[in-house]
Ligand binder design. Structure first.
Ligand code: GLA
Length: 678
């Protein structure tokens, strides 16, 4: 053992984060409003950190997310990033701090108790790096832990007990920013440890941004504003959608604690690291900006894509983050994974994030009044990713792609009439189309503007091989405020199209009263469905329209093994084995297309025997949203229960398993001998 026992360890923190992410997965689909999880936030805008720094959230780079302690973290990388900040305009966009994370030093102090830079990574020492960075007009950040050693398994000496000499050393090198971590803290009170370093930094007389990194364990949002400029609110981020989403949801409720000089820190950016799509990275960057989070780039810019640069250097989004009023955005609604988050801006405008957490396109709607704008006859709406400006009479609504965010800046300014009206494109319902058969859909182009939309035309296109024909007019001479062009379309999916989701694009063209020509487009999703067989059969053998499950996939003809497809056992309830059916884990919902042709669904249901005496669930069968049958809470001690639902005329049958009211632990629900008659 090279160092004293760590508390908490990285592994234990990972477990906590894992559990959190898993918890999120099993409640997917039943989004609880963020406020329900929120710890009581402190009163608005606490005292400014005494150092007067970070009046807007810090912006810069940190190597950790891209390199961890690997060898490519070295002087060459740090210089390279500083060069790119200047050459690629990131410095002009506001990025300033170039920060070193863990592993910059050797594991032992020198004879005088001083920290020693790793001679392989930093052969010229830290001062030389600071000088290089300063010569570019940038600033240098460094890292250590409020413990005996840092977090990496090799680790470098921490500052606990050495606060004043280490801070002095950092100041002498020309360090401008300290990230102060929490590993190996020996159980010493957090507030005490972080206060000592605050005093040590102050004693150097050098302005040093102070970043408190205790992972939100002691609710730093309640006490750290007097100590540091930012404090981590969560465990570590990783480059995945689940991690980013979980951290966002933990940080959103803390808005009252943020303000100039003292910020919530939901951890560094993963944009560009490869584990998410560009749509997801735009969501990450949008939501961090709406949360007034520090923007610390975490990808190696020397190899970053054009798209990564485009995201990170979007100055209109950065302006949301860096707004001098320093407000963190607040959640207005989050029902069904459709989030509206609004941030008050210094000029009186609002930044509004319409964020779609779900896996399918969603219409997300709010209004100028709801986001806090004063009453006005018209408003200017700027789309910060599309870089277009429209006017609205007050409505703010659009269909947002899966995992996407539409980020708007909305103002009650007098010049709204100079901009074309906004026209919302929408699809009614979520269409189900049988391959080779024609379905009728209705689209709407609605004028949200205060001014009329002129010579409006709409066009719908499907994937290749699909036939789409208008069944009612696709044009109109003018739409007044609130007026809509509704068009019916006959849509035919090719015979043989495999079941599943397909994107349809609705495009509208129109003219503004000032003569500008506008074209806008939105993607929707249609599902190709297969009609149930005449007479019916085993429902589990039919294609699923949608499925969500607490752990792992919904299993056909076996129980739920919790992680991968095919990892279950024979469906067994109270010793009774079923060859056919479904094995699920609460919370679960599986939908099938019945096409109005079926009458009854039957099953033998219960908790699978594989979890011993644990687990309790409730079953429900829904027909087009109507509850057609349900059980009470069933436990592992109970024999299989017969369940029968009248689903006559239903288009969609939905099988639901909930947690029985006591959480999802061991909730393995079996739909034994599951049949539908048609
Ligand atoms: C902790 C921090 C991370 C990173 C690593 C370095 O996990 O939370 O941000 O600094 O330590 O080991």
């Amino acid at each position: 053992m090279r160092h004293l026992p760590s508390r908490p360890t990285r592994a234990s923190r990972r477990r906590v984060l894992g559990a959190l992410v898993a918890g999120l997965l099993c409640t997917a689909g039943t989004v609880v409003p963020a406020a329900a999880h929120a710890p009581a936030p402190p009163p608005a805008a606490g005292p400014r950190a005494a150092n007067g720094l970070a009046l807007t959230p810090p912006m810069g780079f940190n190597n950790w997310n891209s390199t961890h302690c690997r060898a490519e973290f070295d002087e060459e990388m740090v210089r390279g990033i500083a060069d790119i900040f200047v050459e690629k305009g990131l410095k002009d966009a506001g990025y300033e701090y170039v920060n070193l994370d863990d592993c910059w030093a050797v594991p032992e102090r020198d004879a005088e108790g001083k920290l020693v830079a790793d001679p392989v990574r930093f052969p010229h020492g830290i001062k030389a790096v600071a000088d290089y960075v300063h010569a570019k007009g940038l600033k240098l950040g460094i890292y250590t832990s409020a413990g005996t050693r840092t977090c990496d398994s090799v680790g470098i000496p921490g500052a606990l007990g050495h606060e004043f000499s280490d801070a002095r050393q950092f100041a002498d090198w020309g360090v401008d920013y300290l990230k102060y971590d929490n590993c190996n803290n020996q159980g010493v009170d957090a507030k005490e440890r972080y206060t000592t370093m605050r005093d040590a930094l102050a004693a150097t007389g050098r302005p040093i941004v102070y970043s408190i990194c205790e992972w939100g364990e002691n609710k730093p949002w309640e006490w750290a504003a007097e100590l540091g400029n930012l404090w981590r609110t969560t465990g570590d981020i990783n480059d995945s959608w689940g991690s980013m989403l979980s951290i966002m949801k933990q940080n959103l409720p803390l808005s009252a604690a943020a303000g100039p000089g003292h910020w919530n820190d939901p951890d560094m950016l993963e944009v560009g690291n490869g584990g998410m799509t560009d749509t997801e990275y735009r969501t990450h960057f949008s939501m961090w900006s709406v949360m007034a989070a520090p923007l610390l780039i975490g990808s190696d810019l020397r190899t970053a894509s054009r798209e990564t640069f485009d995201i990170l250097s979007n100055e209109e989004v950065i302006a949301v983050d860096q707004d001098p009023l320093g407000k963190q955005g607040k959640v207005l609604s989050s029902e069904g994974g459709r989030w509206v988050v609004a941030k008050e801006m210094k000029d009186g405008s609002r930044a509004v994030a319409l964020f779609n957490e779900t896996g399918s396109p969603q219409r997300i709607a709010t209004t100028a009044a709801a986001v806090g704008l004063p009453r006005a006859s018209g408003y200017t709406v700027r789309d910060l990713w599309d870089h277009t400006t429209r006017n609205t009479a007050g409505g703010l609504s659009t269909t947002v792609p899966p995992h996407g965010t539409v980020l708007l800046r909305v103002a009650a300014d007098r010049r709204w009439a100079a901009h074309p009206p906004g026209v919302e494109l929408a699809l009614e319902g979520s269409p189900l189309v049988e391959a080779g058969r024609t379905a009728t859909l209705t689209t709407k182009a609605t004028d949200l503007g205060r001014t009329p939309a002129l010579t409006v035309s709409a066009a719908l296109t499907g994937p290749s091989g699909w036939r789409v024909e208008a069944a009612s007019p696709t044009r109109t001479a003018a739409l007044p405020t609130g007026g809509a062009l509704a068009t019916r379309w006959r849509v035919t999916a090719p015979a043989g199209a495999s079941p599943g989701g397909y994107d349809l694009a609705l495009t509208a063209q129109y003219r503004s009263p000032t003569g500008e020509r506008i074209r806008s487009a939105v993607a929707f999703r249609a599902h190709v469905v297969v009609p149930p067989p005449a007479g019916g059969g085993y429902l589990g053998d039919l294609p699923q329209l949608s499925a969500s499950n607490g752990y792992g996939p919904v299993e056909k003809d076996t129980s739920n093994g919790e992680s991968a497809a095919g990892d279950g056992h024979p469906l067994t309830i109270g010793g009774q084995v079923y060859a056919k059916g479904l094995g699920v884990h609460a919370a679960s919902s599986v939908e099938y297309y019945a096409g109005g042709a079926c009458d009854t669904v039957t099953a033998q249901v219960g908790v699978d025997d594989e979890k011993g005496s644990k687990g309790s669930v409730a079953f429900e069968i829904r027909a087009d949203g109507r509850k057609a049958a349900s059980t009470g809470v069933l436990t592992n001690a109970m024999a299989p229960q017969p369940l029968s639902a009248d689903v006559t005329g239903a288009q969609v049958v939905r099988l639901v398993v909930t947690d029985g009211g006591d959480g999802v632990d061991s909730d393995h629900g079996d739909w034994g001998d599951l049949r539908i008659t048609c």
